[in-house]
Design a protein around this ligand. Structure first.
Ligand SMILES: [Zn+2]
Length: 413
């Protein structure tokens, strides 16, 4: 059993575990509606393991050592995490990087890294005896919640922008979630979910609001550190929308350093879409505040957010890691889908391919260098948004079923 308390990321006030507590009540008093969340709570474990658990990283006995649960039995039977960290030698050669790895989180059961957060939130809901969990989502978080909920026997309610990619909508409905496509933006869905949870007494999984979302996502960092061992990563490149994934990665490495299991934390490079770059703009300007981007837009639906809810904490985490932030265009994201797939065999959704697009931008900005040990976090599968991927390729026309036609099409001699 891992004892823990909450600590406000802004004012430092500490709170005991409380299912009803989402953000710091003191800091929330200055919260403007529709803005970055003030007073995001971080989990502080009273003790951390002083050696790596023997269990596999996907095993609940590994997770219970690092996550705030009563025990391994708190986790529903759902195989989140434990995704491969693969050397990307061909891709590295093509781009001029000596040591490049891909952390392929598209290999989670629902196809995205969001399974990690949903697994922990579901475990906490089960511990608390709560029956219904709701989330606002651009698509992947809701899909992950629906999937884990199906495995755990929890009712799930998902608020998504009505423009969410078809595959994600279909997937979450198939898992049995009650899905509400909201006529509006992700930010509208977020506020509606918040109000609905208050009104109907549901447990709220919204990212940057439920403290267990950042905490759950840290398992990706634990796995990266454990896999690489002494070949420690110097840079982790993370696609950023509301900033929760990056803060989760930062928390994982921070816990490992506090536990004495690693000496240094890697630099974290945030990649945002040009049309949805509130955090990157604040970083470039050296600003303390993350200002919303009205009308935020990108081909990467998972990165499209007007007001990054976790913007303030994400900015702190980027700075404390000595990292940085870059932006990429939709065209660069589309090119990266194809480049990543054809040089590494990993098919990524636009938001995930943004990590690769951001690598080039990060080198231009002198945030990374050729010999650095770099990990690209691929956050979601390309199968989740085929229409976007289709824009990155030219679909071949049918050919007659003859060898002549094959030779002519492929320009064979
Ligand atoms: Zn506070």
């Amino acid at each position: 059993m891992a004892d823990f308390h909450f600590c406000c990321s802004e004012c430092g006030l500490e709170y005991p575990e409380d299912p009803a507590l989402l953000v710091c009540p003191e800091c929330a008093k200055s919260q403007a509606p529709g803005g970055a969340t003030r007073g995001v709570l971080e989990v502080r474990l009273e003790s951390l393991p002083d050696r790596w658990p023997e269990a596999d990283t996907r095993d609940p006995r590994f997770l219970e050592a690092f996550l705030p649960v009563r025990g391994a039995e708190s986790f529903p039977d759902y195989a989140a995490g434990g995704t491969p960290l693969t050397p990307a030698v061909r891709l590295g050669k093509a781009l001029g990087f000596d040591r490049l790895w891909i952390k392929d989180d598209s290999r989670n059961p629902s196809g995205s890294t969001k399974d990690r957060a949903s697994l922990l939130v579901a475990a906490k809901a089960l511990e608390y005896g709560l029956e219904t969990v709701a989330a606002a989502s651009t698509g992947n978080a809701g899909t992950a919640l629906a999937a884990v909920g199906a495995a755990a026997g929890l009712e799930t309610v998902v608020f998504v922008p009505a423009t969410a990619p078809e595959a994600k909508l279909v997937q979450m409905v198939a898992y049995g979630a009650r899905v509400l496509p909201v006529e509006g933006t992700y930010d509208d869905a977020f506020e509606l979910c918040l109000a609905a949870c208050r009104e109907f007494g549901w447990y709220n999984r919204n990212t940057a609001l439920n403290p267990f979302t950042i905490e759950g996502k840290k398992s990706a960092a634990l796995e990266i550190a454990r896999s690489l061992g002494s070949r420690r990563p110097e840079v982790v490149v993370v696609p950023v929308g509301d900033g929760v994934i990056l803060s989760g990665i930062a928390k994982g490495f921070a816990d490992l350093r506090a536990a004495g299991l690693i000496e240094d934390v890697p630099r974290l490079v945030a990649v945002q879409a040009e049309g949805s770059a509130a955090i990157a703009k604040a970083w470039s300007a050296g600003a303390a505040e993350v200002r919303p981007v009205p009308g935020a837009h990108s081909i990467a639906d998972s990165l499209t957010v007007e007001a990054p809810r976790n913007g303030r904490l994400c900015l702190r985490d980027i700075r404390e890691s000595d990292g940085g932030a870059v932006t990429v265009s939709d065209d660069e994201i589309l090119a990266a889908i194809r480049e990543l797939a054809s040089l590494s065999g990993v098919f990524a959704e636009p938001a995930a391919a943004a990590a690769l697009a951001g690598l080039a931008a990060a080198r231009e900005a002198s945030l990374v260098d050729t010999p650095d040990a770099i990990v690209l976090l691929v956050t979601g599968s390309g199968l989740k948004d085929l229409p976007a991927a289709a824009r990155a390729v030219t679909r071949p026309e049918p050919v007659p079923a003859t060898l002549d036609a094959v030779a002519a099409r492929l320009r064979l001699p």
